[in-house]
Design a protein around this ligand. Structure first.
Ligand code: SF4
Length: 312
């Protein structure tokens, strides 16, 4: 399969910036919002302790004290991107952003969409936290706005989900995807490469299975060990090996090759956490990782979707 022309970019994968530029004819940026949500995997509703890699601190803004309103956070973010983008997506990022009754969610989402030049929402959440009323609400928004629902998953393998204490299984993810699909909503999945106990084949299997679902975008990053997390403790006592850069780059290229060419690649590296970052040391240099992935795809003369088969 030749590299798709509709990407209209010079990359070997369909990146989010190009996707939005093609769709809206201008630069679009996500503005991160901490709307004060918590997480059912931390507060005991689903489980306690959270995912083993989660630091549980929330955004930097939350760590500083009382949160500004959603509208105020958007205005501050827009100032930062002034001149770099003309349209914005309000990214409800911190913890589980559907973890409230639909009426409360609607007030927060409306507040964001009421700000000038905000053309849509990206809502980070868990597959087990989408009540039918919430799904109806999101579908209604998608009739007039550009809406993404970002579902944390990390792996399709239940043994891994159990080990990392996700608090849900793959079937719950699949059910959530099917409940959201068939509308104008866009679905993005988050996966992690380098999870404990996963073979190369397990990682590839995750990609192949996700490639066959009605998913529009994906975020990929390597497992990070952070200070103050269960995983961080495991790393420090030597019970968890961290993935090497070479392995991460090769597996990321393998994953990209089997994903559909139209699936938007929203992220290939992890951001932030500088103050509590433990390992792997190479993951601190985002640009170097991205360049290495590009070089690997060039070396293979390969690109996203080259081995994608619709009927898998
Ligand atoms: S679902 Fe997200 S916020 Fe909740 S414990 Fe896991 S990583 Fe943390």
């Amino acid at each position: 399969m030749a590299k798709p022309e509709f990407w209209k970019n010079s990359k070997r994968y369909f990146d989010l910036k190009s996707y939005w530029r093609n769709l809206f004819g201008c630069n679009v940026h996500k503005l991160s919002i901490d709307a004060g949500f918590t997480c059912p995997n931390r507060d005991g509703y689903v489980a306690t302790g959270g995912c083993i890699y989660c630091d549980g601190r929330g955004s930097k803004l939350r760590q500083m004290g009382e949160l500004p309103s959603v509208a105020a956070q958007i205005r501050t973010g827009k100032k930062y991107y002034s001149g770099k983008a003309s349209k914005f997506i309000a990214y409800f990022q911190t913890f589980t952003n559907t973890y409230a009754p639909a009426v409360q969610l609607q007030a927060l989402y409306d507040e964001a969409l009421g700000e000038p030049d905000v053309i849509g929402l990206s809502i980070g959440t868990r597959p087990d936290c989408l009540a039918p009323e919430t799904i109806s609400l999101l579908k209604k928004y998608s009739e007039n706005y550009h809406i993404w629902v970002e579902l944390g998953l990390q792996s399709v393998h239940d043994k891994t989900l159990q080990f990392i204490n996700r608090g849900h299984n793959f079937q719950q993810f699949r059910d959530a995807v099917h409940a959201l699909a068939g509308s104008k909503l866009n679905i993005c999945v988050h996966i992690i490469i380098g999870l404990p106990g996963e073979s190369d084949n397990d990682v590839l299997r995750t990609a192949v299975i996700l490639a066959a679902l009605p998913i529009n975008g994906i975020k990929i990053h390597s497992l990070l060990a952070l200070e103050g997390t269960t995983l961080g403790d495991m790393y420090k006592n030597g019970s968890i090996p961290m993935i090497s850069k070479e392995k991460y780059v090769a597996l990321t290229a393998d994953v990209l090759e089997v994903l559909p060419p139209a699936m938007v690649i929203q992220r290939l590296t992890a951001d932030g956490y500088r103050d509590i970052f433990l390992a792997p040391s190479w993951a601190g240099s985002k640009l170097d990782v991205l360049n290495s992935i590009n070089r690997e795809l060039e070396r293979r003369d390969s690109w996203q979707g080259i081995y994608y088969h619709r009927d898998k």
